[in-house]
Design a binder for this molecule. Structure first.
Ligand code: P70
Length: 462
């Protein structure tokens, strides 16, 4: 079947309401054209993120009732630890309330100013947490990742030549670890192949540098390996995951994605000294090591979610639903990033809105128009999220990709709602000349996309 149907039925529903265009226009102005500032109950289909927005299963909800809220030694921690070890295979399992805390603990422990972390592409919080330590977040993805038309199966791969060049230039002593983000979120939710991971391992081994994964969407990445990489078609996804993590020394994980939970994350690693230092810091800033900023019930939901996410009927539906949206848009002539990613479809805003120059934030303008016209919320992944002022000249530097990401929450929306999204975007594309550029009027010093404010440049189009 081209698009497998849902391997679940709906037991509980959450009503969503439709708002009027006038209402959304007012809310948008009030929000300073920043969709993070818009109340969620004014959104009809919310594709802002796939993070923390999953629907939990009856099995996970049942697990919540078995939460053991003991301060120390909760039985849910031991279950969680066993599940994480059985999939990821690393010795130490450190729970955190979400992914960025895992990043913060890791980078505060291993990084010093002037150091560097190479990654295929850092996502926003990962980059910010590296830079927060005075270190450099270096992206070394293959160059194809920056071409929205280039349809290659593993567009998240590391560029091994660039990585080796970077190691030689920067020096092994200033690179405490290399990271690989699976799937590569900032590059379009693209997977990394097993072969590339194996080769990265061989390369960093030659220099004695540890390899870590940013594992948020590991199950989706492993499913792509099964679908696309020679030799994996018959392998269970769980075995693919075990092989993949076997090439690493540890991982950070936001379980709000492929953990199928609304909150939770962890850090798992083999290095005893790092684990000890991280645990000490965890106790200072997050919580005791057997709960790490979560309730016992959250740990139980996460343990169960990590098992469910490897179910292959679930994964083929999940990847199929994202592909369904992407193919409808593609057939409707809408410019999207190819190939279609694992958790989201990415609109190519430069081609959608060729009349809006980079300085007027075309992807942000497109995301706002989609909300105002159709009540659909996506997120800008472009100059607002990743644009920078050059430290010396103050000049604005624009990222190569200017995208609106439509991230699909797991097990939440029906294919009718997804069809509505596709039809709305196709209709918006037909009236794209009406969309105006934006001017940024406020920005915070870090992670500015969450709070930036804009004005609409109403008169600038013809
Ligand atoms: C997303 C969210 C979070 C994330 C990630 C990777 C590859 C670490 C983290 C941090 C963030 C987001 C973006 C736009 C709108 C809302 C939310 N990604 N590494 O949607 O994890 O959030 O648990 O601290 O993608 O992609 P956490």
């Amino acid at each position: 079947m081209k698009f497998p149907s849902e391997p679940f039925k709906i037991k509980v529903v959450e009503p969503i309401r439709r708002t009027t265009r006038e209402e959304r226009d007012r809310l948008l102005r009030h929000a300073g054209y920043n969709l993070f500032q818009v109340p969620a109950d004014s959104v009809y289909v919310d594709l802002l993120t796939d993070s923390g927005t999953s629907a939990m299963s009856d099995n996970q909800w049942a697990g919540m009732m078995l939460g053991d809220e003991s301060y120390a030694g909760s039985k849910n921690y031991f279950h969680f630890e066993e599940v994480v070890r059985s999939i990821f295979g690393y010795q130490h399992v450190i729970p955190t309330h979400q992914g960025r805390m895992a990043e913060n603990l890791l980078f505060s422990t291993v990084l010093k100013p002037g150091m560097c972390v190479p990654n295929n592409i850092h996502f926003d919080t990962t980059r910010a947490n590296v830079e927060h330590q005075g270190a450099e977040a270096l992206d070394v993805v293959i160059k194809e990742a920056y071409d929205p038309h280039c349809d290659v199966p593993f567009k998240g791969n590391m560029d091994l030549l660039r990585l080796e060049h970077a190691i030689n230039r920067i020096g092994r002593d200033r690179i405490p670890l290399v990271m690989i983000t699976i799937t590569n979120n900032s590059g379009g939710g693209q997977p990394v192949s097993m072969a590339n991971i194996r080769e990265t391992r061989a390369l960093v081994n030659r220099y004695g540098i540890p390899l870590f994964f940013d594992a948020c969407r590991f199950a989706e990445n492993c499913f792509f390996i099964k679908e696309r990489e020679a030799g994996y078609a018959e392998k269970p996804v769980i075995d693919i995951a075990r092989e993949l993590f076997g090439y690493g020394d540890g991982c950070t994980m936001s379980a709000k994605k492929d953990g199928l939970v609304n909150i939770g994350g962890f850090l798992s690693l083999n290095n005893d000294q790092w684990a000890q230092d991280i645990t000490n810091l965890l106790i200072l800033v997050e919580g005791f090591p057997t709960y790490g900023g979560l309730a016992g019930r959250d740990l139980e939901a996460m343990a169960r979610g990590l098992r469910e996410v490897l179910d292959e009927d679930y994964l083929s539906f999940r990847i199929g639903q994202v592909r369904y949206l992407g193919e409808l848009l593609d057939q409707g002539g809408v410019p999207i990033v190819k190939p279609i990613g694992g958790h989201a479809v990415y609109l190519n805003a430069k081609e959608f809105l060729p009349h809006i120059p980079a300085s007027q934030f075309p992807a942000q303008a497109l995301a706002c128009a989609l909300f105002r016209e159709y009540g659909i919320r996506g997120v800008e992944i472009g100059a607002v999220m990743f644009g920078k002022h050059d430290a010396v000249t103050g000049q604005v530097m624009y990222p190569e990709l200017e995208m609106v990401r439509l991230a699909i929450p797991r097990r939440v929306y029906t294919n009718m709602q997804i069809t509505y999204v596709a039809e709305s975007i196709i209709a918006l594309y037909q009236q794209r000349g009406m969309i105006n550029g934006l001017k940024m009027v406020y920005e915070a010093p870090t992670l500015r996309h969450f709070t930036a404010r804009f004005d609409e440049l109403v008169l600038l189009h013809t």
